[in-house]
Design a protein around this ligand. Sequence first.
Ligand code: NIG
Ligand code: FE
Length: 415
Amino acid sequence: MNNTYKIIGPIHQLVTMADLPIKGTLSHEQMPVIENAAMILKGDTIYAVGTVEDIQAEAKTLGIDWTPNAEEALPVVIPGFVDSHTHICFAGSRARDYAMRNAGKSYLEIAKAGGGIWDTVTQTRKASEKDLTANTIMRVLRHQEEGVTTIEVKSGYGLSVEEELKMLRAIKDANQAVAADLIPTCLAAHIKPKDFEGDFDAYLQEISEKLFPVLKAENLANRIDAFIEEEAFSAKVVKPYFEKAKEMGFDITVHADQFSASGSAVAVDFDALSADHLEASGEKEVALLANSNVVATALPGASMGLGCDFTPARKILDAGGALNIASDWNPGSAPMGDLMMQACVLGTFEKLSNTELLAALTFRAAAALNLNDRGRLTKDMKADFLVYDVGSVHEIFYHQGKIKPDVVYISGEKI
Ligand code: NIG
Ligand code: FE
């Protein structure tokens, strides 16, 4: 284990996110900024955070003589972003779907022309595990450069025991090769595979009986997701599937309320970590989520990709809910994958304070993954942080995602 101390500073503005709650509104004034700050890292974690004077004193107790050097000053430091919902393990492109959709073609017409999720399943099945690992790494590297230091990655384009395993093994291999932390999720319940002989119940039963034990045995995923929607899986069909997953100790997350109010109730019933999408959530669903421990995850990239409504993020926060923002980066509905840009656009339309936006990209996103060791720059947290060459933290949001971090640290190391 690396126990070396390293001092980062002086920092003009250090945004810690310390002491902010997981749920509810956050005002502009609540942005937790330390001016003229510094940090001591111990290996891959944060040992101390404070003003330059605090850190000088703390360093002394460790026998380190540190004098801040203005020439080494960092402008603005914020926590690394956590993207709790992506589908970046895939092969092929759906550029044709996108063009057809924008030219006014319906979902059905696109599917008839060979598009939709099934097209990506076909292309992903044709790819080797190695190719999928390489594709995932390529997208992770882009995300890392843009400041995303923890990335959830779903399966769901395999849709058979063997093909889902191929995807999850590829994600595991990709995780070994990158600095970011990849959190795998099994989304075998994405859509019913066209080539499965049997109904929805039979498909999910096969997955839970044959795939779940291997996920445990090979440590491939600790999270089970399902797309709950008319053309995907109904709440009724998902019930025994989630019951089995819970029995086996998996965490639950749900694609909920994307096109119709269907899924947030299931998320609450199963005490899911998060309910994601929620573009079609009404007052009832917002209240239900806000009164639960389920993190409500907005996916503005999917709204922008499909040209549909944004998640009612303002209403969720005002009702006292926990709002997280993730990219949903996937080849179909959200091909862009620029998390910060998407969050800024959502902030403009939904009237979210910069504190609410940054919370939704950091510690609240970490809560959606059940990770309480990151997302804030405070003692004992993972040393994942971003350095921006701007005058204040608000400049980052003002440029609507166009400005990327100059330096990214993951586990205490510059990448
Ligand atoms: O989260 N809603 C379902 N699944 C994905 C889309 C995946 C795809 O189109 O390939 C989503 O938007
Ligand atoms: Fe998704």
